[in-house]
Design a protein around this ligand. Structure first.
Ligand code: ADP
Ligand code: MG
Length: 431
């Protein structure tokens, strides 16, 4: 359990698919269809600073000239230049400019300008990004410190424990996923009582498990408590520090930072949500979020229009079973309006990969007639050019069938999910 969770934590859950998170791979697929706000490392570090967490001095730059200036201003013995993208694994990443490594250490401020030139405006590909990588618009220029040991530490909301959990490993750094897979005994987990918070005893125990000794143990425990204060203060779902390192001079420092936030807390975390940088996300996904729709892009050619994450996964599986491949899925959620159905169709058909659309809606809270009206309106106004297979079930389904039948549109009705998937796959094969 700890291992699979820590592996998840190690992956930092940055990126699109991470918004449908598998919380525990050992159990059946559990999905959390929530859109979590992502911040860049430098933004997370600013929040950490304000909670008294130890991070090094840094500046942020979006041109090579500014990066060079920042490096000079730092007056540090050594400088670290870090590409800012919402994905981890940057240390071992590669840029489209040919430069290797999204994190570079140098003693020469002049080199910072040269390196920044090969980062800014180029895509960086890491283990956690799509193949084509993510464009780097910002770099962080920070004071580098010698690191004598790298540990891993995170606090996250864990459904299995109904509350926050601390996860740590004395072997942190860039290969935490491997540690979690090959040496699960090196991953330590501690459940936090939400009413009590992290006790001194728990913080010291985690610090010791992370391998901090002597005065470093107290320092690490203090950092752990401050990180928990931050976790609560900002309504985080996850605070991850990898590495939480120690220096030869005897300091405990957070060298990397990753915070996820609970979207339900947006109303009381307005300043943080105002920092949201959606430019890095999938443009269709960002557009979908505007209408409160959840969109996940996949590689196939059948668009899936569903309600509920469970039904989405089932739909994808059954398409697969019948030899097809889903192009995406768009989750309508409950309480849906006709205008959202229209927007949803617009988004689905905007994807050139889509060769057929499968609608699979189970009307509980959702009224099928609203869906049917939205579908017919969208088909007429958007001039639908691909086959459309519809399976509706539940609330007001008879009325919905009547609307679809009387529309005169070329819509294929399906009796159940199996039938729908078969017909959607066949509609493409027939072409
Ligand atoms: P990522 O997790 O995306 O690879 P990190 O910020 O963890 O990026 O950086 C990768 C590695 O670079 C760290 O594990 C650490 O060894 C080194 N590093 C990062 N920041 C510093 C720093 N300020 N001083 C010295 N080394 C650093
Ligand atoms: Mg890291």
């Amino acid at each position: 359990m700890a291992a699979s969770m820590a592996a998840q934590v190690g992956k930092s859950l940055r990126g699109a698919a991470a918004r449908y998170v598998l919380l525990d791979k050992s159990k059946s697929v559990r999905i959390n269809p929530q859109r979590w706000l992502n911040l860049q490392e430098y933004q997370s570090k600013k929040l950490m600073q304000s909670s008294g967490v130890a991070v090094q001095r840094f500046f942020v730059a979006d041109t090579a000239t500014d990066a060079l200036e920042a490096a000079k201003r730092l007056k540090a013995k050594e400088i670290v230049l870090k590409a800012q993208i919402l994905a981890g694994g940057r240390g071992k990443g590669v840029f489209t400019s040919g430069l290797k490594g999204g994190v570079h250490l140098t003693k020469d401020p002049a080199a910072v300008g040269q390196l920044a030139k090969q980062m800014l405006g180029f895509n960086l590909t890491t283990k956690q990004t799509p193949k084509e990588g993510v464009k780097v618009n910002t770099v962080m220029v920070a004071e580098a410190l010698d690191i004598s040991r790298e540990t891993y530490f995170a606090i996250l909301m864990d459904r299995a424990c109904n509350g926050p959990v601390m996860v740590g490993s004395p072997q942190g750094g860039v290969d935490i996923e491997e540690v979690a897979a090959s040496s699960p005994e090196k991953i330590f987990k501690e459940v936090i009582d939400i009413f009590q918070g992290v006790t001194d005893e728990q913080a010291l125990c985690m610090a010791a498990n992370l391998g901090f000794r002597g005065s470093l143990e107290r320092q690490a425990a203090d950092q752990i408590k401050k990180l928990y204060d931050l976790f609560l203060k900002v309504d985080a779902t996850q605070v991850e520090v990898n590495p939480l390192g120690e220096t030869p001079e005897g300091q405990v420092v957070c060298f990397d930072a990753k915070i996820n936030f609970d979207d339900n807390a947006e109303f009381r975390q307005k300043e943080i949500f105002a920092m949201d940088n959606t430019s890095e996300g999938d443009p269709i996904e960002t557009e979908a979020a505007k209408y409160d729709l959840k969109y996940i892009g996949l590689d196939g050619n059948i668009a899936c229009f569903v309600n509920g994450a469970g039904l989405a996964m089932a739909t994808c599986d059954i398409i697969d079973l019948h030899g097809g491949k889903p192009a995406n899925f768009l989750d309508l959620g409950g309480g849906v309006q006709e205008s959202q159905v229209y927007q949803a169709f617009k988004l689905l058909t905007a994807d050139p990969k889509v060769e057929a659309i499968l609608v699979n809606i189970f009307g509980g809270i959702v009224n099928c007639a609203i869906i049917a009206n939205g579908i017919t309106k969208a088909c007429r106004e958007l001039g639908l050019k691909v086959p459309l297979v519809v399976r509706l079930e539940g609330t007001n389904v008879q009325e919905a069938q009547r609307i679809l039948n009387e529309s005169g549109l070329p819509i294929t009705a399906a009796s159940d999910l199996d039938d729908a998937a078969r017909k959607a796959v066949a509609s493409i094969t027939r072409k």
